[in-house]
Design a protein around this ligand. Structure first.
Ligand SMILES: NC(=O)c1ccc[n+]([C@@H]2O[C@H](COP(=O)([O-])OP(=O)(O)OC[C@H]3O[C@@H](n4cnc5c(N)ncnc54)[C@H](OP(=O)(O)O)[C@@H]3O)[C@@H](O)[C@H]2O)c1
Length: 246
C-alpha cells in the first residue's frame, strides 16, 4: 500500500474513466457498477485523504426526458437505462465520500480524436451513403476542446463544490445535429450538402432506451466559464481537423 507522500503532491484529480457503453451496460451491470459507482467513490475518498479536489465527470443521461424543458442541476435524476442509473449512483457515491467534489455533467461529446457521432457521419458522407437520422432525441452537442477548457476554468477558479452542467451552446435534436455536420462538411469540401432523412427512434431499436430530451441548462457554470463556440463554428473546427489531420 502506498503512503500519501508516495503518490506525489497534486491539487486536482479529474476522473474521465467510466464504463460508457450505453447498450452494453444493460447486460454488464456489474462492470458498469464497478467503474461508474465504486471506483469514483474510492477516488473521492482518496482525494479527501490526500487533500486534493476531485472533478468527477457525469452525464446528461442521469435524466430521462418526458419534458420539453432544459434540466437544471437541482432537477431530480431519473435515468431510463442502466448506464444512467450507474452514473447517477456514482454521483451519490462521490458526494457521500467527499463533499468537496465537483460533479461535471457533460453531454453528447464530439471531438476529432475518436469515433463519435459527427466523425462517423463524415465517414458516411465521404462514402456517399444515404442516411436516416432520428429526430426525436434532443440534447446539447459539446465539443471536447470547449468542454476541456470549461473544466480547466472550473479548476483554476477553485469553484464551489457541487454539480455543474458543462455543455455546448445549442440544444438540437439528433437530425439537427447531423445537419450541422453536413453544413460544415459542405463548407469544407465545396460539395453539395449531404441529404439525410429524419426518422423516429423506433426505427432503430437499441437494447438501452435513450431519453427523448436530456438538454442541460448551463446557466450555473457561467459564473466560472461559458461555452463560446456556436455549433456551426465548432463543427467547422471539427470537420477541418478530421479532413486534414495535423
Ligand atoms: N461521450 C459522450 O457523449 C458522453 C456524454 C455524457 C457523459 N460522458 C461521460 O464523459 C466521460 C468520458 O467519456 P468518453 O466518451 O470519453 O468515454 P470513453 O471514450 O469510453 O473513455 C472512457 C475512459 O475510461 C477508461 N476506462 C475504461 N475502463 C477502465 C478501467 N477498468 N480502468 C481504467 N480506465 C478505464 C478508458 O480507458 P481506455 O481507453 O484505456 O480503455 C477511457 O480512457 C465519462 O464519464 C462518460 O460517462 C460522455
Amino acid at each position: 500500500m502506498l503512503g500519501a507522500g508516495e503518490y506525489g503532491r497534486f491539487d486536482w484529480c479529474l476522473n474521465l474513466a467510466a464504463y460508457t457503453n450505453v447498450d452494453g451496460a444493460e447486460t454488464h451491470v456489474r462492470e458498469a457498477t464497478e467503474l461508474n459507482v465504486l471506483a469514483p467513490g474510492y477516488l473521492a475518498a482518496a482525494c479527501l485523504a490526500l487533500g486534493a479536489r476531485l472533478v468527477h465527470v457525469s452525464t446528461d443521461y442521469v435524466f430521462g426526458g418526458g419534458t420539453a424543458e432544459a434540466y437544471s442541476e437541482n432537477d431530480p435524476m431519473a435515468p431510463v437505462q442502466k448506464y444512467g442509473e450507474t452514473k447517477a449512483d456514482g454521483e451519490e457515491s462521490v458526494i457521500q465520500a467527499n463533499l468537496a467534489t465537483i460533479i461535471a455533467r457533460v453531454s453528447w461529446l464530439y471531438g476529432p480524436s475518436k469515433r463519435c457521432f459527427p466523425v462517423g457521419l463524415i465517414e458516411n458522407f465521404k462514402a456517399g451513403k444515404p442516411l436516416r437520422i432520428v429526430d426525436d432525441q434532443r440534447g446539447v452537442p459539446s465539443y471536447t476542446e470547449e468542454v476541456s477548457r470549461m473544466l480547466l476554468d472550473l479548476m483554476e477558479a477553485n469553484a464551489e463544490a457541487g454539480i455543474y452542467h458543462v455543455a455546448g451552446s445549442d440544444a438540437v435534436n439528433r437530425f439537427e445535429y447531423a445537419e450541422a455536420v453536413a453544413r460544415a462538411y459542405s463548407r469544407a469540401t465545396g460539395a453539395a450538402k449531404p441529404e439525410m432523412t429524419p426518422v423516429a427512434s423506433s426505427e432503430f431499436p437499441t437494447p438501452a432506451k435513450r431519453p427523448d430530451n436530456s438538454v442541460l441548462n448551463t446557466e450555473k457554470v457561467r459564473k466560472y466559464t461559458k461555452p463560446h463556440m456556436p455549433i456551426d463554428a465548432a463543427m467547422d473546427s471539427l470537420v477541418h481537423r478530421v479532413l486534414e489531420p495535423t
